[in-house]
Design a protein around this ligand. Structure first.
Ligand code: FAD
Length: 385
């Protein structure tokens, strides 16, 4: 491999560049990124940036020392074997890294709306969150909950419109989600309700009610950013389909981060995880695979969120049907764990209990079984269950 082209200059893209150089790759690397910024972290966008505690979140990396030809403001538009078409001409490659992440889904309607994916999005939204502003957030998922937190803190009047029966229901199920409902104190939380369209001056809900709003935020999820690959000779299904080595179906190609759906040996399932930890760590495997080494990506996925003053963390993967047990009541600090039929741990969800998360992630990794009766006692450390 002489020339590697990395498409997407987010965390997964830049970490793959670092991993290639870390493995001694001495050829040319071109890093193409649609945004005009150098690579930055997204988790702080809904946290410290929206709260006004920081302005930028650049990844601590030295692009010059990495000898990478960084092309900001350039989008890939198509792929054929051996060449990426971009808005600034063709780039020939003999190794390709697809790291284009995900794009936010927008609400229907012609009225103004905010999404929150980029640094520029965060700055625009922050400027709009002024005391007394009426803010409607569509979606009580991770991003919606964090935006609502920041908007409340800024002194806005916040309404959250959620289609499901509880916050976070899509991510962790309605039962756990219902335990977070009390956190929405001071927020007008509309469950089982959907935005029909965004209009000038507010949103119309399905059913006809109109909610006045100065600021409308869509927090209804993302889609893998793979439209530019639509005509490529490459398997796409909920993102770029890759094997356990993160290799795509087109030879000499790997995919990594939010856009990649990889085969997990551990969970015997195809996973596409939109979390920072994956973008941070999968690149080591992607780089190794691209250079012909034998590496497997098989993590216990991990995620955190900071909402309404709580640190929320999740590790594992829980298909529906697994047994759900709680450690602690719904007030204060508590955790939920999913057990498989053989009492091994599938996933853990921890609220202000970081030890449960760390120990649970290790237990999932080791595949050990737990004693369900000890487990429900929050005073017994998970590792002793
Ligand atoms: P991205 O970060 O999306 O980077 C992909 C880059 O590729 C983008 O810059 C994009 O513009 C560019 N691109 C796309 N298409 C093209 C193209 N055709 N040509 C060129 N460039 C292109 N995760 C957590 O674990 N915890 C959190 O608390 C958390 N908070 C988050 C808060 C927000 C607001 C957001 C948006 C995400 C959050 N995440 C969090 C998720 C985490 O940030 C993502 O999983 C991570 O950014 C994925 O990195 P990536 O490099 O795969 O994709």
């Amino acid at each position: 491999v002489d020339h590697v082209v990395v498409v997407g200059a987010g965390l997964a893209g830049v970490r793959t560049v670092e991993a290639l150089r870390g493995r001694g790759f001495g050829g040319t690397i071109t890093l193409v990124g649609r945004e005009r910024h150098r690579p930055y972290d997204r988790p702080p966008l809904t946290k410290s940036v929206l709260l006004g505690e920081s302005d930028t979140t650049f990844v601590d990396t030295d692009l010059a020392a990495l000898r990478v030809a960084f092309r900001p403001g350039v989008s890939a538009t198509a792929l054929r074997p051996g060449a990426v078409e971009t808005t600034e001409g063709e780039l020939r490659y003999d190794g390709l890294v697809i790291a284009t992440g995900a794009d936010p889904v927008r609400l229907p309607g012609d009225g103004p709306q905010h999404v929150l994916r980029t640094l520029d999005d965060a700055h625009e939204l922050r400027a709009a969150l002024v005391p007394g502003a009426r803010v409607v957030v569509a979606g009580a998922g991770w991003v919606g909950a964090e935006v609502a937190t920041a908007a409340r803190r800024a002194g806005c009047a916040v309404t959250v419109v959620e289609a499901g029966p509880a916050p976070l229901a899509t991510a962790v199920g309605p039962e756990i989600g219902a335990r977070t409902e009390r956190w929405y104190d001071g927020v007008d939380l509309r469950l089982g309700s959907m935005v029909h369209s965004v209009e000038e001056g507010g949103v119309e809900l399905v059913g006809g009610e109109f909610l006045d709003a100065h600021v409308v935020v869509a927090g209804i999820g993302v889609r893998p950013a793979v439209q530019w690959l639509a005509d490529a000779d490459l398997d796409l299904h909920n993102g770029v389909v890759v094997d356990e080595h993160l290799r795509a179906s087109l030879p000499g190609t790997v995919a990594v981060g939010d856009c990649a759906a990889w085969w997990s040996r551990r969970f015997q399932d195809r996973l596409r995880v939109e979390h920072w930890d994956t973008a941070l760590n999968a690149p080591e495997v992607a780089a190794a695979s691209l250079l012909g080494e034998d590496a497997v990506y098989d993590p216990v996925p991990y995620f955190w969120s900071e909402q309404f003053g709580h640190m929320v963390q999740y590790a594992g993967h829980h298909p529906a049907g697994e047994r759900l047990l709680y450690r602690g009541g719904s007030e204060g600090k508590w955790s939920a764990v999913w057990l498989r039929g053989d009492d091994s741990l599938a996933a853990v969800f921890a609220v202000d209990r970081p030890r449960d998360l760390v120990q649970g992630r290790r237990i999932i990794g080791a595949g050990s079984r737990l004693d369900a009766e000890r487990l429900v006692d929050p005073d017994v450390p998970l590792r002793d269950c």
